[in-house]
Ligand binder design. Structure first.
Ligand code: NDP
Length: 249
């Protein structure tokens, strides 16, 4: 059987790297989408480091905020792998935290574009192949803060909440085509994104998590592996919350 292809946006980031590794372990041919501000050398260094650890992962450049750039990225993935994409993990994201009363238009737009428009930009360009193939797995990485809101994150909470509506609507449209669409909402995971939060605030966050710690990238990646596996075909339009009990619903 030919290896199915999985594309992970933000694949060279904190959670993205763990997702790529876990999908390799699951037997996929994995491509990590990267941006790195156009620093291709840095991405190649990441790829070499993965290889040293035993993970063979392709890389493909793309700016998820730009529809045309996503089209080029997807064409590149299809050319490299000589295959359609069966698994898409929309994982790329950014934060620009500030209270709404001080939030400028760039802080708003950049976060909405990177976290939400990106999902349109990528998914729109793989969905017809998945429909033709009669198979697909799409996982959109949302956030606990898209479920409960977060002080200083009106932009991020709005974008991540938007993913839930997108997921549930698309899941209905493609359910009969063998395609599942789900969101996964991590709580706090110590990656470069969270490392930007001041240590005293990080401690306050941990104090509010029933499990008493932040999550690990491996815990998120294991759940992505399940949602992207052929075994998960009856789960669609769902949200899987992985937050140590920080938000229960
Ligand atoms: P990182 O900052 O480590 O990774 C974010 C990734 O997004 C990077 O690989 C980055 O690519 C990519 N990215 C950003 N902008 C663009 C762009 N314009 N085009 C292409 N790629 C882009 O953060 P995490 O690993 O923590 O976050 C991964 C996802 O998980 C995000 O969606 C985040 O919102 C979500 N999340 C994270 C939580 C956490 O606690 N860490 C909690 C809840 C959700 P590059 O480096 O190549 O530029």
């Amino acid at each position: 059987m030919t290896q199915k292809v999985a594309l992970v946006t933000g694949g060279t980031g904190g959670i993205g790297t763990a997702i790529c590794q876990s999908l390799v372990k699951s037997g996929y041919r994995v491509v990590a989408g990267y941006n790195r501000g156009g620093d291709h050398e840095q991405a190649r260094a990441w790829q070499a480091a993965q290889r040293e650890q035993g993970f063979e992962i392709d890389i493909s450049y793309g700016d998820v905020t730009d529809f045309r750039s996503c089209a080029i990225c997807i064409a590149d993935v299809k050319e490299k792998t000589r295959s359609n994409i069966s698994v898409l993990v929309n994982n790329a994201g950014i934060t620009r935290d500030t209270q709404f009363k001080k939030m400028d238009q760039d802080d708003w737009r950049d976060v909405i574009t990177t976290n939400l428009d990106s999902v349109y930009n990528m998914t729109r360009q793989v969905i017809n192949d998945m429909i033709s193939d009669g198979y697909g797995r799409i996982v959109n990485i949302s956030s606990v803060n898209g479920q409960k809101g977060q002080f200083g994150q009106t932009n991020y909470s709005a974008a991540k909440a938007g993913l839930h509506g997108f997921t549930k609507a698309l899941a209905q449209e493609v359910a009969r085509k063998g395609i599942t669409v789900n969101t996964l909402s991590p709580g706090y995971v110590l990656t470069p994104m969270v490392a930007k939060i001041a240590p005293e605030i990080q401690q306050k966050i941990i104090d509010g998590i029933p499990v008493g710690r932040m999550g690990t990238v491996e815990e998120i990646a294991a759940a992505v592996a399940y949602l992207t596996s052929p075994d998960s075909g009856y789960i669609t339009g769902s949200n899987l919350a992985i937050n140590g009990g920080q938000h229960m619903y």
